[in-house]
Every structure is written in structure tokens, then in C-alpha cells.
Design a protein around this ligand. Structure first.
Ligand code: 5GP
Length: 137
């Protein structure tokens, strides 16, 4: 199977700006820099996405994401941070290898737009609530 871009970065076949590395996790600057300092925290072992990742690995990745977000606030003068992980193409995932975006946010229009549509009122919330609750592992 063809290696994905993050496997190639982890194996040193593609260069990257590495902020952090341990046995399980690396963190690199995202090539797109949607805002200054936009970072990707990536599991070294290949899993398709957040939903498919074992909890111990997911916890290690989230620990590094938290520490990177804290550092972005103190060193880059960011005023906020978005922690984002896309699961499957319908949710915007383009690289099928678990990673978390840590996106520092700045005052005024920093160029990153995240919008949420409000419930238009015709959803059956009790039924939705119950079906998700029942299916949780
Ligand atoms: P996704 O869309 O899967 O949530 O995020 C994938 C991210 O990987 C994108 O933000 C994209 O800019 C980043 N990316 C893709 N190719 C490379 C690369 O070669 N180097 C780095 N540093 N980031 C990449």
C-alpha cells in the first residue's frame, strides 16, 4: 500500500518543521499555515483517524496538542486556539492518518473561519439523544 504523506514525514522521506517528537507522537508545522503557527500533532503509528485510534495513543496525541496550544498562547501572542480533528472526507479529512490540528487564533480577522449552523427546529432531539446514548461504548 502507498504510504500517506504523514508516514513519509515520520520516516524522514519528506522534510518538515518538527516541533516535538517522542516514541509515539510527532508535531510539525502544517504546510498550509491557516494562521501563524498552525501545527499538526500526529500519531507515529498509522491509524485512519481519531475514531479509529486506540485510547492510549489518542490520549498521548491530545496531551501534546494541549501543550502546543499552551505554548502558542505564550510565545506567539495568540489569544485563542482551535483544536480540531477531521474524521473521514465528509468532515474535511484529506490525509487518512490520525492527526490533530492546533490552530492559534489572533485578534480581529485572522483568516480562519469556523461557522456552525443553528438547529432549524425540526430535529427530534429526544430521539437523537437516546440513539447516541444507547450506542456509546
Ligand atoms: P486534514 O484535511 O486531513 O484534516 O488535514 C491535513 C493537513 O495536512 C492539511 O492542513 C494540509 O495542509 C497538511 N499537509 C498536507 N501535506 C503536507 C505536507 O507535506 N507537509 C505538511 N507539513 N503538512 C501537510
Amino acid at each position: 500500500m502507498e504510504k500517506d504523506v504523514f508516514c513519509k514525514i515520520i520516516d524522514g522521506e519528506i522534510p518538515s518543521y518538527r516541533i516535538y517528537e517522542d516514541d509515539d507522537v510527532i508535531a510539525i508545522l502544517d504546510i498550509s499555515q491557516v494562521t501563524k503557527g498552525h501545527t499538526l500533532v500526529i500519531s507515529k503509528k498509522h491509524y485512519e483517524n481519531f475514531l479509529a485510534t486506540p485510547k492510549d495513543v489518542m490520549h498521548k496525541v491530545m496531551d501534546v496538542a494541549q501543550r502546543i496550544g499552551q505554548a502558542q498562547i505564550t510565545t506567539l501572542n495568540a489569544k485563542g486556539v482551535n483544536i480540531l480533528t477531521n474524521c473521514y472526507p465528509e468532515a474535511g479529512q484529506t490525509v487518512m492518518h490520525f492527526h490533530v490540528h492546533v490552530i492559534p487564533r489572533y485578534e480581529n480577522n485572522d483568516g480562519f473561519i469556523l461557522t456552525m449552523k443553528e438547529n432549524d427546529g425540526d430535529l427530534n432531539l429526544p430521539s437523537i439523544c437516546e440513539s447516541i446514548r444507547r450506542e456509546m461504548k
